[in-house]
Ligand binder design. Structure first.
Ligand code: FES
Ligand SMILES: [Fe+2]
Length: 438
């Protein structure tokens, strides 16, 4: 993956209005959300034909349904007769029945029954009485929707991000845990607490002793990504003392934190497998050598347990980077056995720039056919989330104060780090370009 070779020509500020202005939120609602591919749900959330759920974005309510074993469809959640929402408490169904006047629709959205149809005296024949379809495509086990019927394909939208992330085989991972919280912050501020590593040395002081926190970030078209050039077993350059010790112990502690305190890119089995280092590698092993060995131990353990391992080379693993921001509102920390996903979107009708709904979904690779029974939890206040991983609690603690600060009359705009926060600068450039704002 390319190193940071961009020539820095000027300091780039992100305007406070991007985070606080109702007018900016209104533009997003009109010009961005209805025009872009966005994650709606996981395919495994709809395991059986007739399973349905609702995805809401601003004023649009979208009904996602498994129409047949291999087809997932999406529709506007509005009855073609007089517009009543067809589903408000979605559960497995054989057909959609509107609770107002009883029009019926099959799982492909075709109208199958209209009470007193003869009243129309045959004049309905040329009228489209089917549910209004929404573009719906899948990638990596995720169902995406796009409200713009004329948009290009999902694959075209994801572009290089999909090329780099495909080897991780996210389609073979399943939900390990998932939750959503309401935050008093703009949806972009919430996302941007998770797509840069510059905050690690201050917000997560437990990490620099076991991880070199200086990351590089890049724009990649609409999307952006982060790399960690120092590699496994490196410690932060900002760390004062004591000097780094046994690299094996540094890696073990890093993996333990990620697996248990973040519930992120390692499964519990990965941590157990990595402990082979302690008996099979010398204490003065290099970080690079230990990293390659750990990868092999993890792969052997995953295959032996029946979970399997994606077909991926070491180069593909490294090229995947450590974080991807998929435009507009999804972030992934990728891994071959587990991955962590974030999604943020405006709360309610999308008119309020200072509140959002933030969701996490941790995925793990399980044996084929196995899906853990996971219930999604929702919290109106993140402080009520008793099981919140400690790392995420540290991130959330910043957010209400961040929102208040960017709203300050005295705040001139975000002075982004051109190396470690370029991913944010690129995001705002892309967003503004899409909405015709200079
Ligand atoms: S609004 Fe649905 S049947 Fe009348
Ligand atoms: Fe963080």
């Amino acid at each position: 993956m390319a190193d940071q070779d961009t020539k820095i020509e000027r300091v780039e500020l992100v305007s406070p209005e991007d985070y606080c202005s109702p007018e900016f939120a209104r533009r997003e609602k009109e010009r961005m959300w209805p025009k872009t591919w966005q994650v709606a749900c996981r395919e495994e959330e709809l395991p059986k034909v007739g399973d349905q759920l609702i995805y809401e974005i601003c004023e649009d309510s979208i009904l996602i349904v498994r129409s047949s074993p291999d087809v997932i469809s999406a529709f506007h959640n509005a009855c073609p007769h007089r517009g009543r929402q067809l589903a408000t408490d979605p559960r497995r169904t054989r057909e959609f029945v509107c609770p107002f006047h009883g029009w019926r629709f099959d799982l492909h959205g075709k109208c199958t029954h209209i009470p007193y149809k003869d009243d129309w005296a045959g004049t309905l024949e040329g009228v489209d009485t089917s549910m209004t379809a929404v573009r719906c495509e899948s990638w990596g086990g995720w169902v995406f929707i796009n409200l713009d019927a004329a948009s290009g394909s999902l694959r075209d939208h994801l572009g290089v991000a999909a090329d780099r992330l495909d080897p991780f085989g996210f389609g073979d991972q399943r939900i390990r845990w998932t939750a959503s919280v309401e935050l008093n912050a703009n949806w972009k501020l919430a996302l941007e607490a998770f797509n840069e590593g510059y905050h690690i040395q201050t917000t997560h002081p437990q990490l620099p002793p076991v991880f070199d926190d200086r990351t590089l970030t890049f724009g990649a078209g609409l999307h952006g990504y982060m790399t960690s050039p120092a590699g496994f077993g490196s410690v932060s350059k900002l760390r004062k003392s004591p000097p780094p010790g046994d690299v094996r112990l540094i890696i073990m502690e890093f993996m333990r934190q990620q697996a248990f305190d973040v519930q992120s890119v390692f499964a519990e089995r990965d941590v157990t497998a990595a402990a082979r280092m302690l008996t099979e590698l010398p204490a003065d092993v290099s970080g690079e050598e230990a990293g390659i060995a750990v990868m092999r131990y993890r792969m052997e353990a995953a295959i032996a347990s029946g979970v399997g391992w994606p077909e991926m080379t070491l180069e593909q693993f490294i090229d995947g980077g450590v974080v991807w921001h998929l435009f507009p509102n999804t972030i992934v920390l990728p891994g071959p056995t587990a991955s962590l996903w974030y999604r943020a979107r405006p709360l309610g009708r999308g008119d309020d720039p200072e509140n959002c709904i933030f969701e996490f979904t941790a995925l793990e690779r399980y044996p084929p056919g196995y899906s853990p029974n996971v219930q999604k939890q929702h919290f109106k206040n993140w402080k009520d989330f008793a099981g919140l991983p400690p790392f995420l609690a540290q991130d959330f603690a910043n957010l209400p104060h961040l929102q208040k600060g960017v709203r300050s009359r005295g705040f001139r705009g975000a002075i982004l780090n051109p190396v470690q926060e370029e991913i944010i600068a690129n995001f705002h450039r892309q967003l503004r370009r899409m909405m015709d704002i200079e």
